[in-house]
Design a protein around this ligand. Structure first.
Ligand code: AMP
Length: 282
């Protein structure tokens, strides 16, 4: 059965009022649409652990630092609703820009520290856009639980920090990255890859695995990293914004995995920015 598509906060609140009165748990899955199996894995996790599930679809202009990127971001609302049918979600919240940011909107939620590295540096203003919209979505949906992908690990940690710091009573769940058969992390942006770029794209994950394997065998991270960068360049990749090993909790830069760590990468391929991260563990 198809779920009701709600476009206004008032309609959304009218639905959640009964659920809250009944003491039901409400899981929210925030997305920008163009849903793929990565998103759907979050919906499945929410369905499994919550009484009610709300999927939100909003291409949030505030988190795009590049207007062309915002313009070309895929929008597939009809297909998205179809893909959600089998999960029997309770509502799909699809606000428009004016509903989220009416005239006079003047508030920004920012997290410091965790946003001073990686995408925080390469996409100025991105995380402030994310935390502002996610704070609003948490409050609009009255979520008790929220489901985010480890694919965007820095975002996951930033959102956790924000919810904790602002005493928003929501449990933030991190879900594993879903990949294509060839290892490429699923992403709505993969739709923008040309056929040729699509065949090259899995190289990023391959090189990351190679570095992690090397590091776990005691290899020198810097040496492994340099070799990987050279091979990526030979295989058609453009700028690599970062390829770094960082601690899971505070995202501090590491040279050896002396505490739980991940390898993080962002790289350009034929005009598309791919990001990925994998755990550095045996
Ligand atoms: P987006 O629509 O790209 O903003 O993503 C919405 C949510 O889906 C975020 O929590 C992402 O981390 C998550 N997500 C995106 N791609 C994947 C993936 N391949 N595996 C798991 N979660 C994902």
């Amino acid at each position: 059965m198809s779920a009701p598509i709600l476009r206004g906060v008032a309609d959304l609140r009218a639905r959640t009022a009964d659920w809250k009165r009944a003491g039901e748990t409400i899981g929210v899955v925030p997305t920008m649409g163009a849903l793929h199996d990565g998103h759907l894995s979050l919906v499945a996790a929410a369905r499994k652990s919550c009484d009610r599930v709300i999927v939100t679809i909003f291409v949030n202009p505030k988190q795009f630092n590049n207007p062309d990127d915002l313009k070309s971001y895929p929008r597939t609302e009809h297909d998205d609703a179809k893909k959600l049918e089998r999960f029997e979600v309770d509502a799909i919240f699809v606000p428009d820009g004016d509903e989220m940011y009416p005239d006079g909107f003047s508030t920004t939620v920012t997290v410091t520290g965790l946003t001073d590295v990686m995408d925080g540096v390469h996409r100025p203003g991105h995380f402030a856009g994310v935390t502002t919209v996610v704070a609003k979505l948490f409050l609009q949906t009255s979520a008790t639980d929220a489901f985010f992908g480890e694919k965007d690990f820095q975002q996951l940690q930033v959102v956790r920090r924000m919810a904790h710091d602002l005493d928003i009573p929501v449990t933030v769940h991190g879900c594993p990255t879903i990949r294509e058969i060839d290892g490429l992390a699923m992403s709505s942006r993969n739709l923008m890859l040309s056929d040729r770029a699509r065949t090259l794209a899995p190289r990023l994950h391959e090189e990351m695995e190679r570095i992690v394997e090397g590091v776990l065998k005691g290899g020198d991270f810097e040496g492994l990293r340099t070799e990987a960068l050279t091979r990526l360049q030979k295989n058609g990749f453009g700028d690599v914004d970062y390829l770094e090993m960082r601690a899971n909790d505070d995202l501090c830069l590491l040279k050896t995995p002396e505490r739980p760590a991940r390898l993080f990468a962002a790289a350009w391929l034929a005009g598309v920015r791919l990001i990925d991260n994998i755990a550095v563990e045996v």
